[in-house]
Design a protein around this ligand. Structure first.
Ligand code: ISL
Length: 676
């Protein structure tokens, strides 16, 4: 695949659907709709549909798609005229962050060293050897900056100070040194779409209309006769209007997230200069890069026009089309890259909700100087579902989305691979909440995440198979998003029980309960009372017991990470999906100069038959014990990894896990000690 065009003919309302689909952002938008509807792209590429002119849509859809919708779409597309350059003829450029396995730490819930019930930096230092033992290469540390904690640190009051509950700057410096001493890297969280309303910039901006900080934010007069209506109809991700009213100052402030997270105006150059100086300050300390929180939201459409109600209904948030891929996004990212990241060769990892494949490729295009890799979210929810819906996640959806992504990302752009994070319920629980399948599902998911192409990000607790919590009351929840949603449901007439049910399936708190270190009180997280309580699951699922069990989910992660390290094909190799394996049976190959790795997965809770590979494949890992290496029967949720050595490296034994390897009775595989 070699695309030479780097920009595209503008789409107008007189363009046809096929022109829209040929436009990168147009394709992303259509693909997202198709994904939501569970339809294939053939639906759009069919000549009759492709030839339809956009301005015919209002009539054909009975007005559901109206002229205003089309104007918004055409405008949005015009802001992103570039086409990603795909070039698979040159090999991938090596980079440490492509080879690394990352581990995400949510500091509040990781390890508490002083008994106040809140995780802290010294606590993390005490547990670093767990990460070394697991074999990860880099840490993404969620925010540790000074914050009033309305959104657990994603509302920053001082970018250059450490939250007192987490420790001091000296603790941070020690953490960084200890991470580096162990040969790992540390990436921080950069939250610069917004600051806390308690940040001095905002305090000043609000207090004094003539303050130089006033233009740092979106402070606007109200609308309506007496200014009592918000400046526009945008809604917040955390319920209600995206505008907070300050009647005493006769002004409204924009907040896409909580009412204490005020959006910064990135079009204001002095604000950007301050952010750049702050980023450089941390990079001067030696941090290895940043994960950039909701970074695709930083550019808002000039004039902050009302959101299209139909798009709002479709996306569940009104106004998103004016900022999810704003007009100056690429420009602002390039400046940030040029002036802050590039001089330090620091990694820039974008958290980019709503960004599809094509825009993701543009943002990470190797020669474009914007981001290095992005988190995409297409795989997290099943078609037509949102996080708060209570449903069983079908792994065939994961397969569909990941295959599309793996095929689309070429050698000149890169993406992250993740299943769990601090913003989502645990994936194991979404797939199959039955305890009997917990271990198998956790191992299957780990296999997928650690053998596909892209940089894996494990989230704390995933390595031992932590699952959702059995919360029974709203009093047990802490997250601002859950609490706001609960209040909103209650005021809309839901009973307490109904409102709780409406929050539980999607609550981010499932992933925020204390890390389970041992079977003791509070899982060894704290000697005090934890800020959020787990449900007691640590008695059966914890690090200490997992370490002692060579068949544990932890041992499986360790073995997979070691396998990845031993086989560069798993990092830089191509991916090829076996078309003969359908539905719940998933087989793919990673091939590189060093050989080939074959992965076979049963995505269902029923045993499946599967043709074993030829004798030149050695079984390196098997997630469900029992049977012979050429066993044609895969157990429920079983995953296997086979290794085929390149002809040029004969006699090198495959990396074999001591955890789940089957005896080599049929001569196909030979078990050797773990290669680390
Ligand atoms: O909240 C969402 C929609 O319901 C998500 O799509 C959201 O945009 C995404 O999860 C952003 O998350 C990041 O920014 C938030 C913070 O609360 C999260 O913890 C962080 O990961 C605001 O800073």
């Amino acid at each position: 695949m070699n695309t030479v065009r780097t920009s595209i003919r503008p789409v107008t309302t007189r363009s046809r659907i096929r022109d829209l689909y040929a436009h990168p952002l147009g394709r992303d938008i259509i693909d997202k709709l198709l994904l939501q509807l569970g339809r294939s792209s053939r639906w759009v590429t069919n000549p009759a549909v492709g030839a339809l002119r956009l301005d015919r849509l209002p009539r054909l859809t009975g007005g559901r798609i109206d002229a205003a919708f089309l104007d918004t779409l055409v405008d949005l597309l015009a802001q992103h005229p570039d086409v990603p350059v795909d070039d698979d003829t040159t090999p991938v450029t090596p980079a440490w962050w492509k080879e690394a396995v990352f581990y995400q730490i949510y500091p509040r819930s990781f390890a508490d060293s002083d008994g106040d019930g809140i995780g802290d930096l010294p606590g993390i230092i005490e547990r670093l050897d767990h990460l070394v033992d697991l074999g990860v290469d880099a840490i993404w540390l969620c925010p540790v900056y000074d914050s009033p904690n309305d959104d657990n640190g994603y509302d920053i009051r001082d970018y250059q100070a450490i939250l007192a509950e987490f420790g001091t700057m000296a603790d941070f410096d020690r953490l960084l040194a200890e991470v580096h001493r162990r040969g790992m890297r540390l990436v921080m969280d950069l939250v610069v779409n917004h600051t806390s309303d308690e940040h001095p910039w905002f305090v000043e901006a609000l207090r004094d209309p003539a303050s130089p900080y006033r233009p740092y934010y979106f402070l606007r007069p109200g609308t309506g006769e007496d200014g009592s209506e918000p400046p526009n109809n945008w809604t917040s991700f955390f319920s209600g209007s995206a505008w907070r009213h300050y009647p005493e100052h006769d002004v409204w402030a924009l907040h896409l997230f909580s009412a204490k997270q005020m959006d910064l105006d990135w079009d204001h150059a002095p604000m950007r200069a301050d952010v750049i100086a702050m980023v450089r300050w941390w990079l001067d300390k030696g941090v290895d890069g940043f994960r950039l929180d909701v970074v695709n939201y930083i550019s808002k459409r000039r004039g902050l026009p009302n959101g299209n109600p139909m798009i709002g209904e479709l996306m569940r948030f009104t106004g998103v089309e004016h900022y999810f891929a704003g007009p100056r996004l690429h420009e602002h990212l390039r400046q940030l890259r040029r002036e802050a990241f590039a001089p330090y060769d620091a990694v820039a990892i974008g958290e980019t909700p709503g960004v599809g494949i094509e825009l993701g490729k543009l943002l990470t295009g190797e020669d474009r100087g914007e981001l290095d890799l992005v988190f995409s979210f297409d795989h997290l929810e099943a078609p037509g579902k949102v996080r708060f819906d209570d449903y069983r996640y079908d792994l065939r959806h994961l397969r569909r989305v990941l295959e599309r992504h793996q095929r689309a990302f070429g050698n000149r752009s890169w993406s992250a691979l993740f299943l769990d994070n601090h913003d989502n319920p645990r994936m194991v629980s979404k797939v199959d909440p039955r305890p009997a399948h917990r271990e198998a599902v956790a191992k299957l998911l780990a296999t997928i995440q650690l053998t596909l192409r892209g940089t894996p990000f494990l989230y704390q607790g995933q390595e031992i198979g932590m699952v959702n919590q059995a919360f029974t009351s709203i009093d047990q929840l802490r997250d601002v998003e859950s609490l706001n949603r609960y209040a909103e449901l209650r005021s809309a007439g839901s009973t307490e029980q109904e409102a709780l049910v409406g929050v539980l399936a999607g609550s981010r708190d499932h992933a925020r309960t204390p890390m389970a270190w041992d079977a003791g009180p509070h899982g060894g997280f704290t000697t005090g009372v934890p800020w959020i309580e787990g449900d007691g699951d640590h008695a059966q699922c914890n690090v200490a017991d997992s370490r002692a069990d060579e068949r544990s989910v932890l041992a499986w992660h360790r073995a997979l990470i070691a396998l990845r390290r031993a086989h560069p094909a798993l990092v830089y190799g191509t991916v090829e999906f076996d078309r003969s394996a359908r539905g719940h049976l998933w087989r793919y190959r990673r091939s590189g100069d060093d050989g080939e790795v074959l992965v076979v997965c049963n995505l269902s809770d029923r045993p499946r038959r599967c043709r074993p590979p030829g004798p030149d494949y050695a079984l390196a890992l098997r997630s469900v014990p029992g049977g012979g290496t050429a066993d044609a029967r895969l157990a429920a949720y079983e995953a296997r990894v086979y290794v085929r050595r390149a002809a040029s490296s004969p006699g090198v034994a495959p990396t074999v896990s001591h955890t789940s390897i089957v005896p080599s009775s049929d001569g196909v595989a030979s078990a050797t000690p773990l290669n680390r």
